[in-house]
Write a protein that binds this ligand. Structure first.
Ligand code: S3P
Length: 177
């Protein structure tokens, strides 16, 4: 049976779009940690950051992940910073096979620049902030994940296919079960 798949990656890596396609292709249910947080708090992510701060947002991320342990048949898209807490990394390993959606810095920046919804990039120097966060986080994704998909130049459907093939191989090797 296909295990749960947990999509991690930097902002703009396409976790939600690819995740929705994976859910369609597999029959798994699509779940998105950011959407669960918005539902739970009744306000957008940017407002949660503004009202309650990043640290409280991270606490809620951990609570949401904790509630997903033991749930079967899901494709889980996560927020880009969810990997920062070791506790979250342990929880995600318990939820399913982890797939890191990656792309070149320029491709990621181009995608995040299409919307204004990311509070961490609302700064006088969005590219500088973006580069700093990426440099901090890339080593964490690298160390944490056994499956990396470079989505630069791939359509969402192509990325979804690559994730699925990789997740099935990883599951045969015993990850995520
Ligand atoms: C964040 C990424 C966002 C969202 C929040 C914080 C981050 O999700 O969770 O704005 O720390 O990288 P996406 O990765 O879907 O943009």
């Amino acid at each position: 049976m296909l295990p749960n798949i947990v999509l991690v990656g930097f902002m703009g890596s396409g976790k939600s779009s690819v995740g929705r396609r994976l859910a369609l292709a597999t029959g798994h249910r699509f779940v998105d940690t950011d959407e669960l947080i918005v539902e739970r708090c009744g306000k957008p992510i940017a407002t949660i950051f503004a009202d309650e701060g990043e640290s409280r947002f991270r606490d809620i991320e951990t609570e949401v992940l904790t509630n997903l342990v033991g749930v079967c048949g899901i494709i889980l898209a996560t927020g880009g910073g969810i990997v920062l807490r070791p506790e979250n990394r342990d929880l995600m390993r318990r939820i399913g096979v982890i797939a890191w959606l990656d792309a070149s810095p320029d491709a990621l920046f181009e995608r995040v620049s299409r919307t204004q919804k990311r509070p961490l990039l609302k700064s006088p120097d969005p590219r500088g902030t973006f580069d700093r966060l990426l440099a901090e986080r890339r080593p964490i994704y690298e160390a944490f994940t056994e499956l990396r998909i470079d989505s630069t130049g791939l359509s969402h459907d192509e990325s979804a296919r690559a994730v699925l093939e990789g997740a099935m191989r990883a599951s045969r090797r015993g990850f995520g079960s």
